[in-house]
Design a protein around this ligand. Structure first.
Ligand code: NDP
Length: 341
């Protein structure tokens, strides 16, 4: 792959959105941020509609002056553009059953994550545009950065170009939510999904495992819980390192460390050849993610994720994680230091 194209405000024409009814399905993290940014960009309030069940999210949208529609069929019928901004695991059920049958045949559908489109879990009509506008930030930052007049990193792509004008729509919508100010990177649902799932299923599980095992070894070697928790994460040193990596460079940030640290980190990492880890990562990428195996297994537990107690598979995993010595020790340390943290 070569360099990705980057789109800026000057590539977008907000005119393509004039007189279009823009519906936001969901007013949560991303929904509330993107709808407010879009309105601030000059899209008239009467063109914006929030589709949400009757509850506190709907009340928040009303309090912010938005028009709210509780009946999803009605919202679907009027939508020229539909932002799907509800949790990924409920999108197939809600979109396929309540929106898809009523949507205009030339509607533009916007997703903020590639997962459901990449794994073909959403039903689209051939004349519709399907675009991805995926901020790389949590919703509160999407909003606060826009309010400060700054942009935020975002991926953009056209996945189905039913009208032939999908890119114009994608760029106008990206610009309207503030995503082209800093430059929106041309991507795809495949790229976004594999990177996300690899981070979630390969990189971070290994990082968690490495912290767990380093903790166990150092504890066995006589280090105290208090010292370990602070040394390893409660001091926020790892967060600072990643912040420096983002600002100065992944390796260049090492220059902020002591000479002993720089020497240890560079010589140690260069000594680790990484072949076994590369094979492990490839196995996860090809046999777990791209094969569709994870998606299939996750689809089967989706409904259970709404349950209370141990029948919810996520609760069961949390319970098992609490058996880690690192977690038990942290609890003791936090209880002891309660009020001081
Ligand atoms: P949220 O969890 O904040 O979504 C909450 C919204 O979804 C509320 O409006 C809620 O309304 C609605 N909702 C939840 N369940 C249902 C349901 N069963 N039927 C109808 N509405 C429902 O989602 P996010 O904003 O976190 O995520 C939205 C999309 O943005 C996802 O695709 C996600 O991957 C993507 N994304 C998220 C980021 C983040 O910062 N969280 C970052 C980048 C992308 P109510 O409960 O009232 O029905």
């Amino acid at each position: 792959m070569g360099q990705a194209k980057i789109y800026y405000d000057s590539d977008a024409d907000l005119g393509v959105l004039s007189n279009k009814k823009i519906v936001f399905l969901g007013f949560g993290n991303q929904g509330s941020a993107q709808a407010q940014n879009l309105r601030d960009s000059g899209i008239p309030n009467d063109q914006i509609l929030i589709a949400n069940r009757v509850d506190s999210y709907a009340e928040t949208a009303k309090a912010k002056g938005f028009h709210v529609e509780h009946d999803f069929a009605t919202a679907a019928e009027v939508a020229d553009v539909l932002f799907i901004l509800i949790p990924d695991q409920v999108q197939p059920r809600v979109f396929n059953e309540q929106f898809s049958p009523k949507l205009k045949s030339n509607a533009t559908i916007v997703v903020a994550s590639g997962y459901n489109v990449f794994f073909n879990l959403l039903k689209f009509q051939p004349g519709q545009d399907v675009v991805m506008v995926a901020p790389r930030m949590i919703g509160s930052s999407v909003r606060s950065l826009h309010e400060k007049g700054r942009g935020f990193p975002c991926f953009v792509s056209v996945e189905q170009n039913g009208t032939g004008k999908g890119l114009d729509a994608a760029l106008a919508l990206s610009c309207a939510i503030g995503a082209t100010k800093q430059g929106a990177i041309a991507s795809s649902v495949r790229e976004e999904t594999v990177m996300d799932l690899m981070a979630e299923q390969a990189l971070w599980p290994n990082i968690i495992m490495m912290f767990r095992e380093a903790f166990n070894v150092l504890k066995d070697a006589g280090c105290s819980d208090e010292a370990l928790c602070y040394e390893m994460w409660m001091s926020k040193e790892p967060a600072e390192i990643f912040e420096r990596a983002a600002d100065d460079g992944f390796v260049a940030q090492l220059k902020h460390h002591s000479t002993v640290s720089q020497y240890g980190q560079l010589s140690g990492s260069l000594k680790l050849e990484g072949g076994a880890m590369r094979e492990h990562f490839k196995d996860i990428l090809y046999n777990q993610i791209l094969s569709g195996k994870f998606c299939e297994a996750f689809s089967q537990i989706e409904d259970d994720l709404d349950k209370e107690g141990d029948t919810n598979p996520l609760n069961e995993l949390y319970k098992r994680s609490e058996e880690m010595e690192l977690v038990k020790a942290e609890k003791r340390v936090r209880a002891r230091l309660a009020g001081l943290l």
